[in-house]
Design a protein. Structure first.
Length: 80
């Protein structure tokens, strides 16, 4: 290899290394952003899960009430 080719090859390798370094920095920033997003979504999911835990018993009580009302209507219609 000639000296000029070696110099060009080294310049090209340096350029590639800089590009890779920039790409890695960009990906690191994106990863940090995704990690913070996951943290926020995780907190929201915990809140949602707690809300669902609170809602399920209420929904069951509403179903029981609806069943009782249906039975009352049926019994009342039988009496009439």
């Amino acid at each position: 290899m000639e000296f000029e080719q070696i110099v060009k090859r080294l310049e090209w390798l340096d350029k590639q290394q800089r590009e890779n370094k920039d790409a890695l920095a960009s990906l690191s920033e994106r990863l940090a952003s995704f990690e913070s997003s996951v943290s926020v979504v995780s907190k929201q999911l915990k809140t949602f899960s707690k809300q669902m835990t609170d809602v399920v018993p209420a929904a069951k009580r509403i179903e029981q009430f609806d069943s009782m009302m249906t039975k009352q209507r049926t019994d009342l219609l039988k009496q009439i």
